[in-house]
Ligand binder design. Sequence first.
Ligand SMILES: Nc1ncnc2c1ncn2[C@@H]1O[C@H](COP(=O)(O)OP(=O)(O)O)[C@@H](O)[C@H]1O
Ligand SMILES: [Mg+2]
Length: 312
Amino acid sequence: MIRVEGLTKVFRRPRTFSGPFGALRTLVTRQHEETTAVDDVTFEIDEGEVVGYLGPNGAGKSTTIKILTGILTPTSGTVEVNGLVPWRDRSANARNVGVVFGQRSQLWWDLPLIESLRLVGALYDVPAPRFETSLKKLRDLLGLDGFLDTPVRQLSLGQRMRGDLAAAVLYEPPLLYLDEPTVGLDVLAKEAVREFIMETNRIGRTTVILTTHDLADVEALCKRIVLIDQGRVLFDGAIDALVDQPRRLVVLLDAEPEEVRGVSRDLEGRYVFEIRDDLPGLIASIAAEHTIRDMSIEEPALESVIKGIYTR
Ligand SMILES: Nc1ncnc2c1ncn2[C@@H]1O[C@H](COP(=O)(O)OP(=O)(O)O)[C@@H](O)[C@H]1O
Ligand SMILES: [Mg+2]
């Protein structure tokens, strides 16, 4: 469904100078600064998958999504979305894809939400009966009824996001790109957005690419994540495989030798053992040589696993 290979995007912008005559120098020197926002990225996404596309600020997530939607042209690499090259077949591609950028609404600011939705329906040639069925379903699923007649500029952030989601799926695209759809939302609104994504994927087998800073979104929705940093893929695979690491036994000892049988102390002065199978045996072997002051068992949380990948 989506094939991305060797995707690279370099932004070039004029180097700007400040200070007296800065603007003049900017014009005259014509030096450029280059940022490689996406750097040789390769991945494939199958129909019906919900993939978390994760990374710190500036990692290149939004740039990738903009290329997939056809808004941006890459510097090099190939992309195929449902058989189309997004930036070449931009309008055909748009019909296959619903997009939500959490940081910026796609709705018409001054129009009542319902009018924005009708415009989207008209732009995408949704026949009237199909529009009505779709709208009815979305009103239920997203609880739009209280604010359909309110101008978008007067909506709360959570209401606006629900309106944007409705607009993105109104024409029932097989693909949905969600760039930070829960950013700034309260717990309840986040939950509503998650349920909507889950339902949309379940009912229509909609393929979803989701970027988010909230790992609870990822845990609720994604079986697979692609982690990027500085434009490069660091990890691509199932979350299960990531989190399916040995549990760890963390102990504090009375005496504090630098090293206990091959295990060094971590930054907080604790000793961390991987639990293989025999937990009582492990504890006994430590207790035979040292006095244990405190101990606990740590499950590998997605957050710490991801942190581990970034610090490696
Ligand atoms: N239009 C642009 N012109 C120049 N640089 C850009 C532009 N858009 C993004 N960048 C740069 O590309 C890098 C990746 O940005 P972005 O894709 O927005 O990251 P993310 O969405 O992961 O936070 C950043 O260093 C950003 O400053
Ligand atoms: Mg972004």
